[in-house]
Design a protein around this ligand. Sequence first.
Ligand SMILES: *Cc1c(COP(=O)(O)O)cnc(C)c1O
Length: 386
Amino acid sequence: MLNTSYITLNKRALKQNIRYLKKRIGKDVKFTSVIKGNAYGHGIEKFLPMAESCGVDYFAVFDSYEAARALSVKSEKSQLMIMGAIDNEDLPWAIENNISFYVFDLNRLKKAIAAAKYINKPARIHIELETGLNRTGFERDLLPQVAKIINENRKDVEIEGVCTHYAGAESVANYLRIQNQKEKFDTSSSFLKSKKIVPHYYHTACSAAALIYPETQMDMVRIGIAHYGFWPSEETKMYNLLSDNRDFTRDPLHSVLEWKTKIMSLKKVKQGDFISYGNSFLASKNKLIAGIPIGYYHGYRRSLSNVGHVLIKGRKAQVVGYVNMNMFLVDVTNIKDVKVGDEVILIGKQGKQRISVASFSELTNFLNYELLSRLPIQIPRYIKEK
Ligand SMILES: *Cc1c(COP(=O)(O)O)cnc(C)c1O
């Protein structure tokens, strides 16, 4: 029994993206591939080895569950860090397996040291600093205590990183907030330095920060969305293409992922009839409608009702009516020779046309992050070498 759709991962696209990003970022900065959210829907088990073969050797996940999955496929040489959740009882496991992890409160710090003593191996930690995102991280006034605890247990901790995360580097509206964060980061890390706490890597930048504010790149960047081939925002794209003097018709980032299915059914609908549930779409003339066996159950958002597009025979076809749980309908009236079984591109390229997730919505590229990471784990994923 086959799934109604499948995903291909294009290795050449990944290579090109990494090459472009490394050029922008510089050789001496460690490139970390962020593979949280099932590698933004690409599938950790398929994506990680492919990234390794493109020269990546540092990976970041959100939690210990994802870390275990990454650990099962990664090579000896690659490093793994957990940026978020890890239960105290998993700390010895992480230390044993050389997985570094963020520490953002005193309890976690103490538990990490206790775990390190217990298995007699230092914990590799990233000290996360609160600089203005107000999510996780040590407040400035806790740092003397942090320094004291670490300095009393020097042989139990290895300072892999001192880090923070910006509150929206992809938008110029946050410019001042980012500058303030960077300033706070510098002050706090100087304080730690004065206490002899110096990490292997200072790291703060996600894709947008790395691409817009070079001074945030430091020793390491944590790149997610951009290496999958999507811009964090239109602004980021414009800024980079302009400062490169690049041809605007040629995007240096290429979608690694393609999501495909095929036409399940065809139906003629008469002018004046409503299509699908309710009355959200009225046929203004006679129409040919194709049924696509994908719905919000598969991660195709209901908010794409009447606005999303797919590609069929190299042409754009618009979603008509509501996206249902397992299917939606598209208008193929103006596409010639459409047959049941024809390939349908949900995300990706066909002929000269491209559907990027962002093109679903003019308003926000955040849909990229959400739709990608929600692609169900059950959809089969294949690597396209080439
Ligand atoms: C998700 C995440 C990143 C990567 O962000 P992108 O915008 O996808 O590059 C970097 N750092 C942290 C802490 C994150 O949670």
